[in-house]
Design a protein around this ligand. Structure first.
Ligand SMILES: [Zn+2]
Length: 406
């Protein structure tokens, strides 16, 4: 297609600017207040200027109030290219996770380093790469004289549930009937995975109360650690077997998972039987099953094991997210993305489901179709996170092509 060639050369001509902009963005920390940061305010201001510098002036804001954030604001920024009743949205997030163990980084996580075709820094791949790609894809389309009904959005609070991010926007009617979404926040190294489904997630907390005593006289107490362990192993096996159905769309983990994860430390000394225990389950559940069924099994088994052991075992929900109905493979946005990836990346994409959660689930819950796609090296949340510059450019080309066909 003639227009693709024009868009490709336009995107390619921005390469230096894209690298510089991604680096400038990495320099501005954007960590949520709950994780010890100031929020996304400064990064949002930088991006508004960057949009304007690139001729993208139709800017709209959805500032979510948050007393704990800088200036009391969690910004959500939308740039519209053209107008139309139905829009194609690209949603990327401005917030990043904290640096983690600083000793594992070879350099300052907020000082971008470009080496061997990679740009290093916290948030460079998650989600900076896609964010910058969407901005320059929009510019390429405008420079080619097109004005499709496309909106690119930079949202806050994705890493901690999106209440001040895309959910805030959706609750304020930012989206209209007929809108469709690309969420470039998950993918593989080949760029040939288009995610159309996500699992539900349930983080359950299990608190066990027994009676502390001296380890030499176990019968004078109730070992909460032992009771919790018996419950934990039985429940894990039970859930894996009862909810063992598979769905090949979810690759490489085609089944639900029920893993005991975090466990709190208990007594200080070896010769004390612990009177309390607390651990967590991280469950990723296929959309065909209900979270409430899993939870009621956990509670029923807690009752049985409580009676058996004499301890009290309580289960409650620490956090949960219900999976929306998958986006159909033949939805317009799924086909458009499939077509553009095939033409511009030279790979045959396949549709997948994932165990993680993205902004796509939130819009799917509201009835909108969403395709999650990007080319990623899996550096999200890792020390020495980097964005492969080749992916930055290649993904911008794909986005520009999708925009132009809208
Ligand atoms: Zn992300």
């Amino acid at each position: 297609m003639e227009i693709d060639a024009k868009l490709i050369s336009s995107v390619d001509s921005f390469e230096k600017d894209m690298i510089r902009s991604l680096g400038d963005m990495v320099r501005i920390p954007s960590i949520s207040p709950e994780s010890g940061g100031e929020g996304e305010y400064d990064r949002g201001e930088f991006l508004v200027s960057l949009l304007k510098e690139n001729g993208l002036t139709g800017i709209n804001r959805f500032d979510a109030p948050d007393r704990k954030a800088k200036h009391g604001i969690r910004p959500n920024i939308v740039a519209s290219i053209g107008k139309g009743k139905k829009s194609l949205w690209v949603i990327s997030h401005m917030d990043t996770v904290p640096v983690g163990d600083r000793k594992l980084w070879n350099h300052d996580p907020f000082e971008p380093v470009v080496r061997n075709g990679k740009l290093y820094g916290r948030g460079s791949e998650d989600n900076g790469q896609s964010l910058i790609a969407s901005l320059y894809a929009a510019r390429a389309v405008v420079d080619c004289g097109l004005a499709p009904a496309v909106k690119i959005a930079f949202v806050s609070d994705e890493e901690l549930g999106s209440a001040k991010g895309i959910t805030y926007m959706a609750d304020r009617n930012a989206f209209s009937k007929g809108d469709e979404f690309i969420v470039p926040d998950s993918g593989n190294e080949k760029g040939d995975e288009i995610e159309i489904a996500e699992k539900s997630s349930l983080w359950a907390r299990v608190r066990t109360t027994g009676r502390q005593t001296h380890a030499s006289r176990p019968s004078s107490g109730i070992n909460a650690g032992l009771a919790a362990s018996r419950y934990m192993t039985f429940t894990t096996d039970y859930l894996y077997s009862k909810y063992g159905a598979t769905d090949a769309l979810f690759d490489p983990v085609p089944h639900s998972t029920f893993e005991p994860t975090k466990r709190l430390s208990n007594v200080e000394n070896v010769n004390t039987i612990p009177g309390t225990d607390e651990f967590y389950f991280d469950c990723r559940i296929l959309p065909t099953f209900r979270i409430s069924d899993v939870l009621s099994d956990m509670k029923r088994l807690a009752g049985i094991f409580g009676e058996k052991t004499g301890a009290e075992i309580k289960v409650d929900v620490f956090k949960k997210s219900i999976a929306a109905e998958p986006t159909p493979r033949d939805a317009g946005i799924a086909l458009k993305t499939h077509d553009a990836v095939r033409r511009l990346r030279g790979v045959v994409p396949h549709f997948v489901g994932i165990g993680g959660g993205t902004c796509a689930n939130i819009v799917r819950m509201r009835g909108f179709p969403a395709a999650v796609w990007s080319t990623e090296c899996g550096m999200a949340h890792q020390p020495n996170e980097f964005s492969l510059i080749g992916n930055l450019i290649a993904d911008a080309r794909v986005m520009a092509s999708i925009f132009s066909s809208t």
